[in-house]
Ligand binder design. Structure first.
Ligand SMILES: Nc1ncnc2c1ncn2[C@@H]1O[C@H](COP(=O)(O)OP(=O)(O)OP(=O)(O)O)[C@@H](O)[C@H]1O
Length: 299
């Protein structure tokens, strides 16, 4: 299946600042994909580029296997910053305005208000809403035209614990409806709770990408280097109980599923006529590095 979003070697410079450097990852259909990194790591820049708000210095991206167009944009709902709703209009009236802009019939409004838990406040003015309610109204607005994908930049920023819990639960319930979600966050905890997949950015570099369970696993990871046919290597990796976390030049970084040891890995390669020229066990999980990353934030 074609990935929902393919990002290939994306780079962005702002003058002397290299905000993104050759970043590549794919977002598959049905995933909740976290873009994790501390402030200034390039998350917003990445989202801005794929939503056509910013231009990349180099690299490409495709939505649904196609370049971004008017048609593909209609399949994407996004919240990059807290949207400007009219303070004196009610939740319902604000969504009427948004529906008119998007060419969506007004019948769509109430079911969406119900989904985001604001139906009983539909006639209340926006200005009286808590931050959490404002964010849920923003989600309602992004969902009005029933997009296949939602792109969210730090959706729980500034919310109190209850607001955070509500927005996270809402994101999960939207995901359960089969929508794909790309969400930028500087919170490891949020990514662990909400996301199925994660790409980790640090100062514009992609540090790791893959399923949350394997990237954040406590299990050992191994670095291998294989002499031999690359296709054969990939075919073998597909069959083994391992997850490819990252390819770094000649090296492959793998997470081993419980019960499958580095000795088993070595044996499997040998039996398939492939010789490992390197097999290093990385004792520390990436989690420690992520915690350092996210704790180093300064804002
Ligand atoms: N318009 C701009 N002009 C110059 N530098 C910029 C501009 N926008 C972003 N940057 C720089 O690019 C880098 C990446 O910023 P970006 O906003 O993408 O990071 P982020 O991970 O989204 O962080 P935050 O959570 O703080 O928004 C940072 O060093 C930032 O200072």
């Amino acid at each position: 299946m074609v990935p929902i979003l393919q990002i290939n070697n994306l780079s962005k410079r702002y003058g002397s600042v290299q905000a993104l450097n050759q970043v590549s990852f794919n977002v598959e259909a049905g995933s909740v994909y976290g873009l994790l990194g501390p402030n200034g790591s390039g998350k917003t820049t990445t989202l801005g580029i794929v939503l056509d708000v910013l231009h990349a210095s180099s690299g490409t991206f495709q939505w649904f296997g196609e370049p971004l167009s008017h048609q593909t944009k209609r399949r994407i709902g996004a919240i990059l910053e807290t949207p400007n709703f009219y303070p004196y209009l009610s939740a319902y009236q604000n969504l009427q305005v948004a529906a008119d802009v998007k060419g969506v019939p007004h019948q769509a409004i109430e079911p969406i208000l119900e989904m985001v838990g604001l139906l009983n406040r539909k006639n209340s003015a926006f200005k009286g809403f808590s931050l959490g309610m404002k964010q849920r109204l923003a989600l309602a607005s992004a969902l009005l035209n029933n997009p296949e994908v939602l792109v969210l930049d730090e959706p729980t920023n500034g919310l109190d614990p209850q607001g955070i819990a509500e927005v996270r639960e809402l994101i999960l319930s939207i995901a359960r409806q089969g929508k794909t979600i790309l969400i930028a966050s500087h919170l490891l905890d949020e990514v662990e709770k909400v996301c199925t997949h994660v790409a980790v950015l640090q100062t514009g570099e992609l540090r790791a990408a893959g399923p949350v369970a394997s990237i954040l696993a406590k299990d050992d990871q191994v670095i291998i280097q294989v002499a031999g046919d690359e296709q054969k290597v990939q075919a073998l990796l597909q069959k083994l109980p391992v997850t490819l976390i990252k390819t770094d030049r000649e090296q492959l970084i793998l997470a081993l599923q419980p019960g499958f040891t580095s000795a088993d890995l070595n044996k499997a390669f040998f039996e398939n006529g492939l010789v490992l020229s390197q097999l290093t066990i990385k004792k520390k999980s990436l989690e420690t590095q992520f915690l350092q990353l996210t704790n180093n934030r300064n804002g």
